[in-house]
Design a protein around this ligand. Structure first.
Ligand SMILES: [Zn+2]
Length: 81
């Protein structure tokens, strides 16, 4: 699989590390119950199909970016910084 880094261009997936789900909203710092923070940190969906994710170009520019990917086919649907 090839991933288009917004800074370096298209590179092999071996240079990247999956970060997390980019659709989750972080709770406000200092607010919220333990359950809200627990769910934010530890519970994840496992969507099949188009999904927005954070990726880290670990063996390249070391920048984080968002990537839209179809999790069923690994088709890259778009990205942004
Ligand atoms: Zn890069």
């Amino acid at each position: 699989m090839k991933i288009p880094c917004p800074h370096c261009g298209e590179r092999d997936v071996a240079e990247f590390r999956y970060g997390s789900d980019a659709t989750k909203t972080r709770p406000v710092h200092g607010k919220g119950t333990q359950k809200i923070w627990h769910d934010y940190v530890f519970l994840f969906e496992n969507p099949k199909g188009p999904h927005e994710e954070y990726w880290h170009h670990v063996l390249g520019c070391r920048q984080w970016f968002k990537l839209k990917r179809n999790t069923a086919t690994n088709e890259i649907l778009g990205g942004e910084q």
